[in-house]
Design a protein around this ligand. Structure first.
Ligand SMILES: NC(=O)c1ccc[n+]([C@@H]2O[C@H](COP(=O)([O-])OP(=O)(O)OC[C@H]3O[C@@H](n4cnc5c(N)ncnc54)[C@H](OP(=O)(O)O)[C@@H]3O)[C@@H](O)[C@H]2O)c1
Length: 272
């Protein structure tokens, strides 16, 4: 009989590895209560040595007695991982997929009639520094199971619950959004350099401006439009810059980028 664990993490790559490190570091789940499995055994061993989590010999062993089984492999690999673990799963377990575009229906199809509770999670990369946001879709899953899972996911940042049909929109906004913000940071720094600043100072100013502006919205709870109005004085410097953003269609462009990313996520979930 396999030893019982709270979490099995199958796929200890960028996202799975970062998640395990955060969960252990903040003490959301004790290292002894986590078991990992990964096709790349050297990578998994290094993570186990670093964090103190247990290393299973294969996916089925990791899944056998875990309360929550997190599947954190690339979307195309999810069906084969589900096949590996299908025969050891029991109804009281919960399988949680982090993979973009793999629907609960597809997971249920791969696991068959005896499927345990199934949950989809869409995290984002700021999870690496504990500032992520994850969306969770868990239709029909008992509330106490979802609540306990949300508590674990909060090790990586905030958590929101959404209907599964909104997961592609989440992918477009918070999944892809960090990349859009990285481009904004780069563009702000480039503008600063063009205006005469040395690159390292321009970079530091750009990064902290974006982080600080986000924190101001978060902590004051004010509408971003109101905060924007408050810094745009008549005939001033900020309104001159804002006029250029409007001329270039900045808002429409950003909103269209989110919609394009959501549409691509929808396409991918149909292709798989
Ligand atoms: N990274 C992100 O920013 C991000 C954000 C949101 C969602 N996600 C989701 O998270 C999932 C993982 O992404 P990632 O960036 O962490 O990928 P990754 O770095 O490639 O990690 C996946 C790990 O799983 C291993 N693996 C492959 N096949 C396996 C199998 N059959 N059984 C067990 N382990 C297996 C891989 O080993 P090999 O390298 O040897 O194949 C690799 O170590 C994806 O589905 C993605 O959609 C990621």
């Amino acid at each position: 009989m396999a030893e019982a664990h709270t979490l099995a993490v199958i796929g200890a790559g960028n996202m799975g590895g970062a998640f395990v490190r955060r969960v252990v570091r903040v003490g959301a789940v004790a290292a002894a209560q986590i078991v990992i499995a990964d096709a790349d055994s050297a990578r998994a061993k290094a993570l186990a040595d670093e964090t103190g989590v247990r290393l299973a010999k294969d996916n089925a062993e990791a899944a056998t007695a875990a309360e929550y089984i997190l599947v954190v492999v690339k979307p195309g690999v999810v069906p084969s991982v589900l096949k590996d673990i299908a025969s050891v799963l029991r109804a009281e377990q919960t399988v949680v997929s982090f993979a973009a575009g793999v629907t609960l229906g597809k997971m249920r199809g791969a696991l068959g009639e005896l499927a345990p509770a199934l949950v989809r999670v869409m995290p984002n990369t700021p999870a690496l520094v504990g500032e992520g946001i994850s969306a969770v879709a868990a239709p029909g899953v008992a509330r106490e199971r979802v609540t306990k899972l949300v508590g674990v996911l909060e090790a990586a940042g905030q958590v929101v619950e959404v209907e599964e049909k909104l997961m592609d929109a989440v992918t477009g906004l918070s999944g892809s959004g960090p990349a859009f913000v990285f481009v904004l940071i780069e563009a702000l720094a480039d503008g600063g350099v063009a205006a005469g600043l040395p690159r390292p100072i321009a970079h530091q100013l750009a990064v902290q401006t974006v982080a600080g502006a986000a924190k101001l919205v978060q902590e004051t709870g004010q509408h971003p439009g109101a905060l924007k109005d408050a810094v745009a004085s008549p005939g001033g410097t900020t309104i001159a810059g804002l006029a250029e953003l409007e001329r270039g269609g900045f808002r429409g462009l950003v909103a269209t980028a989110v919609r394009a990313s959501a549409a691509r996520a929808r396409e991918l979930s149909r292709e798989e």
